[in-house]
Ligand binder design. Structure first.
Ligand code: AMP
Ligand code: FE
Ligand code: FE
Ligand code: ZN
Length: 280
């Protein structure tokens, strides 16, 4: 299919989780950037989607309801994107609520650990920085920055709360089959996020994930090399998976991901997702 004007970004965060811009600000920026479609994929919540849909109504921008859910286990730290999930689905929201409740306890544990390391933070401060539903390490990092313990958000991760940091506390994560089921059961299309960052071992597990309902791989992503993109496209062909892509934009000046719309994603990626969502 030809899409001469189409420009899409299928991996975007907002203040509903650890992004910097509100869902409507993200929509405005997407329009300014000349994008034709974005998927809002906040961590463990779909609470930003309604605001984004409202903000985009009557404009040239299409907003695809989405979510990013992490999993953990012998597979390592794998993230799954769910496209076209039904945001009102009770079972999905209940599952996400359990994960978010655990995020809260885990953030509290990190604050406690930081206090033991001589970096006391006020819990209310962290809570206020996480204005949305989903509390994450970037909020703790911002509290450390605002208290003057670090000079940049990156320093907070590098010194204290990165995966190997002294104040890191792991969070509750579902297993990959549970995450895939949560997405599929709510009418969504599950896609493995940024596979090139998930380690070579994940490739061996793809057939298993496909058997559970995985439908795609996030092929186009900041930092994915042409060779990695080619290898991922080969895997898509081998397993009959869709290719998707996006920037993982978290906001201007935020360390993770790239700028909104800055990753080139072929527009027919969206056609494949739409068809997959229809066939559910
Ligand atoms: P959480 O889901 O609470 O564990 O936080 C994960 C988020 O923290 C990611 O989505 C990134 O936004 C950010 N993050 C994780 N590791 C790093 C890192 N090493 N440097 C900068 N940001 C990071
Ligand atoms: Fe994030
Ligand atoms: Fe991710
Ligand atoms: Zn993301």
């Amino acid at each position: 299919m030809q899409h001469p004007q189409a420009r899409i970004d299928l991996h975007v965060h907002s203040t509903a989780s650890d992004g910097v811009l509100s869902p409507s600000e993200v929509v405005c920026l997407a329009l300014e950037q000349g994008l034709t479609a974005i998927a809002l994929t906040d961590h463990d919540t779909v609470s930003g989607v309604a605001e984004a849909l409202d903000a985009a109504a009557g404009t040239t921008l299409e907003v695809i309801p989405g979510v990013e859910i992490n999993s953990e286990g012998e597979w390592g730290d794998l993230h799954f994107l769910g496209y076209y999930v039904d945001c009102r689905n009770g079972a999905l929201n209940e599952r996400l609520q359990v994960v978010r409740d655990a995020r809260l306890g885990r953030a509290y544990a990190m604050v406690k650990r930081l206090g033991e390391l001589g970096l006391p933070l006020e819990w209310e401060h962290v809570r206020a920085l996480a204005s949305g539903e989903s509390v994450g390490r970037p909020h703790v990092a911002r509290a450390l920055l605002e208290r003057g313990y670090v000079q940049t958000l990156q320093e907070a991760f590098d010194r204290y709360i990165g995966n190997d940091g002294p104040a890191y506390v792991p969070r509750l994560r579902l297993s990959p089959p549970e995450v895939i089921a949560a997405i599929v059961d709510s009418g969504g299309v599950p896609v493995l996020a940024h596979p090139a960052y998930s380690g070579a071992a994940v490739v061996a597990r793809i057939p298993e994930f496909v058997a559970h309902g995985l439908r795609g791989l996030e092929v186009y992503y900041p930092g994915h090399t042409p060779e990695e993109i080619e290898a991922l496209l080969r895997l898509c062909r081998q397993f009959g998976l869709l290719a998707t892509g996006g920037s993982d934009f978290h906001g201007p000046g935020h360390g993770e991901g790239a700028y909104l719309g800055s990753v080139e994603v072929p527009a027919d990626c969206l056609d494949g997702l739409r068809v997959a969502a229809c066939r559910r």
